[in-house]
Write a protein that binds this ligand. Structure first.
Ligand SMILES: Nc1ncnc2c1ncn2[C@@H]1O[C@H](COP(=O)(O)OP(=O)(O)OP(=O)(O)O)[C@@H](O)[C@H]1O
Length: 270
């Protein structure tokens, strides 16, 4: 109160301006860092930029003019190159800034979520038992619109029969991935950039695609192997085998649809 009494209006306005400035910078940094954390490609970029800045600092301090000139050229052209190379990531970042929660955009009752979970578990379990290869991706906070656009839009209810029909080998849509946005099946036959990681030879193109999308977005992809029927989750660039009995609990846990996180933990296998 004493401080406020002794401040002129212009000082108060300056103080508020600086606070808004700082809060805005904090928000931008927060979003950029959260993007880096979930995206391997941008994480590598972050390390690259950090390396160049350190080299720039060293060359300036030591007065290494030729090297300094070279680093300056890299920085000047690098900004343009980064905008071109990381155009999808920049778009995702801007989209993310304008959204609140992508996973469940509209209010859905817990009963309805239980029903959706039953449909998903039933579909994935059947696909696994019948050794039908499948890729099912759940959008989380980062938009998958770019990848939905590579497939065939469906915008249908989540139904077990729909997944069994999509991934049946006789249909034109069985090749590629199905993407789920909230409580809707957004598309089928989507194409993902495969990972370049070294993987065991037992993993083919389907598993590479699942890991690939999990490296560049924070999505969760369920992969069912055609060869073995094994169910795996691809998240944050890693593949994790999921025993059928744990499928429901693992999905509930990863998708975070239920507030307390433990509803529907029992497997309801059909
Ligand atoms: N880049 C991609 N994006 C989306 N789907 C893909 C991609 N590459 C392959 N697929 C899907 O994976 C199928 C090929 O899987 P492949 O048998 O090579 O993989 P796999 O990892 O060995 O799996 P499985 O254990 O099921 O045989 C394709 O028919 C297609 O449906």
């Amino acid at each position: 109160m004493w401080v406020m009494n002794n401040m002129s209006w212009s000082q108060i306005i300056n103080f508020l301006r600086s606070s808004i400035d700082l809060i805005a910078v904090w928000f931008i940094l927060y979003y950029v860092i959260s993007m880096f954390k979930t995206n391997m490609k941008t994480m590598q970029l972050f390390k690259g930029v950090l390396f160049i800045l350190i080299v720039k600092l060293i060359t300036s301090v030591l007065g290494l003019t030729t090297l300094n000139y070279l680093v300056d050229s890299i920085i000047n052209w690098g900004v343009l190159a980064m905008i071109i190379i990381f155009q999808p990531e920049i778009r995702t970042l801007l989209e993310k800034m304008g959204q609140t929660k992508m996973t469940m955009k509209k209010e859905i009752s817990d009963d309805e979520k239980e029903r959706l979970m039953d449909e998903l578990v039933s579909a994935i379990t059947t696909l696994s038992k019948e050794q039908t290869g499948a890729l099912i991706t759940f959008e989380r906070t980062q938009s998958l619109l770019d990848y939905i656009n590579t497939g065939t839009k469906i915008n249908a209810d989540i139904k077990s029969e729909l997944f069994l029909t999509i991934f049946w080998e006789g249909t034109p849509l069985h090749d590629g991935a199905t993407i789920i946005q909230g409580d809707r099946v957004a598309c089928a036959a989507a194409f993902y950039p495969p990972t370049n990681k070294e993987l065991s030879p037992k993993y083919g193109a389907r598993h590479r695609a699942a890991i690939g999308i999990s490296e560049i977005t924070d999505s969760l992809t369920v992969v069912v192997s055609e060869e073995t029927g094994t169910i795996s989750f691809a998240m944050n660039g890693e593949l994790k085998k999921i025993p059928t009995k744990e499928l429901r609990a693992s999905l509930v846990n990863e998708l975070n649809w239920f507030k307390s996180g433990d509803e529907g933990g029992q497997a309801h296998e059909s």
